[in-house]
Design a protein around this ligand. Structure first.
Ligand SMILES: Nc1ncnc2c1ncn2[C@@H]1O[C@H](COP(=O)(O)OP(=O)(O)OP(=O)(O)O)[C@@H](O)[C@H]1O
Length: 265
C-alpha cells in the first residue's frame, strides 16, 4: 500500500452563497505528482489556499503526515514540510536570487531571534547550512548565472524558476505548485516539466500541482483529479481523465482552452 502523505476529507469552503469547494476528498501518495485540473472557477486555487492555511475550511479535514493541520497558522506551514509557489510570482523583487533562496531556507528553520542577533555558533552553523542548501538548489535548477542578480531585472521565465528554487530551499516534503506554466512560452514550459520530474526523482519530493496546460500535466502527473464547480468530476491517469465525458463537457461549457485538452490527447 502506498503511503498517504496528504489526505483531504470532505472539504468545503463557502464564501457567502458561493460554494467554491464542496465536499472534495482525495489522497496524495508520498512521492507522486498529483495534479488538479478544471475550468476557471472550478475551485482549484481555493483547495490550495485551504491546504496552505490561507483559508480555514467551512467544513472538512486536511491531514498531513497523519496530523490535522486546521489549527496550524499559515506562517508555520513551511516548518511542517509544505512549501508553495503562486500563480503570480511572489518574490522579494529588490533582493538577489541568492538572498531570496536564503529567505526560503530560513522559513523552515528553527534558529531563534537572539541567537541570530548575537551570531552564536548555532546561528553561524544555520547560516552555513542555508548557504549549502541554496547552492545545491542553484545547481539543480541551473541558476548559477543568476545567483547574484536582482530578481526585478530577470526575465519572467527565470523568476518563475527562482520561485520554485526558493520553495525547494525550505526542504519541503510536499510542494504545492500553482500553475507552474502560466506566463511561460512552450520552451520554458518544457523546461518546467524537466524541473518537476527532477524534483520528484532526485529529491523525492511529493508534488501537488494546479495546472491548465494539459501537455505539461500529461508529461509529469502520476494521477490527475478534475474538478468543476467546486466538486470532484474524475480521478485517474491524465489520459483517463481527459477522456471522461464529464470532463470534456465541463471544458466545452467554459471559455477555457479546449485545444489544450485535445493537444495532449
Ligand atoms: N475570497 C473569495 N471570495 C469570494 N469568492 C471567492 C473567493 N475565492 C474564490 N472565490 C470564488 O470561488 C470559486 C472558485 O474559485 P477558484 O479561484 O478556487 O477557482 P480556480 O479553479 O482556481 O479558477 P482559475 O483556474 O480561474 O484560477 C469562483 O467562483 C470564485 O469566484
Amino acid at each position: 500500500m502506498p503511503e498517504i502523505l496528504l489526505s483531504v476529507k470532505d472539504l468545503s469552503m463557502h464564501f457567502g452563497g458561493v460554494r467554491a469547494v464542496n465536499g472534495v476528498s482525495f489522497d496524495v501518495r508520498r512521492g507522486e505528482v498529483f495534479t488538479l485540473i478544471g475550468p476557471n472557477g472550478a475551485g482549484k486555487t481555493t483547495v490550495f489556499n485551504l491546504i496552505s492555511r490561507i483559508y480555514t475550511p467551512t467544513t472538512g479535514r486536511i491531514v498531513f503526515r497523519g496530523r490535522e493541520i486546521h489549527a496550524v497558522p499559515p506562517h508555520a506551514i513551511a516548518k511542517l514540510g509544505i512549501a508553495r509557489t503562486f500563480q503570480n510570482i511572489e518574490l522579494f523583487e529588490h533582493a538577489t536570487v541568492l538572498q531570496n533562496l536564503l529567505i526560503g531556507y530560513h522559513a523552515h528553520c528553527e534558529s531563534g531571534f537572539w541567537s541570530n542577533l548575537l551570531a552564536t555558533p548555532r546561528s553561524r552553523r544555520a547560516e552555513l547550512a542555508a548557504r549549502r542548501k541554496a547552492e545545491e538548489v542553484i545547481d539543480l535548477l541551473d541558476l548559477q548565472v543568476y545567483r547574484d542578480a536582482i530578481v526585478a531585472g530577470l526575465p519572467y521565465g527565470v523568476r518563475k524558476v527562482v520561485e520554485l528554487a526558493r520553495a525547494l530551499c525550505s526542504q519541503p516534503e510536499l510542494l504545492l505548485l500553482d500553475e507552474p506554466s502560466s506566463g511561460l512560452n512552450t520552451e520554458e514550459t518544457e523546461d518546467m516539466a524537466w524541473w518537476i520530474r527532477d524534483i520528484r526523482r532526485q529529491l523525492g519530493i511529493t508534488v501537488l500541482m494546479v495546472e491548465h496546460d494539459m501537455t505539461l500535466v500529461s508529461r509529469v502527473s502520476d494521477r490527475v483529479l478534475a474538478m468543476n464547480q467546486g466538486e470532484v468530476l474524475a480521478l485517474g491517469s491524465a489520459a483517463e481523465v481527459q477522456r471522461h465525458p464529464g470532463v470534456v463537457e465541463a471544458y466545452l461549457g467554459s471559455f477555457d482552452d479546449v485545444s489544450n485538452l485535445r493537444r495532449a490527447a
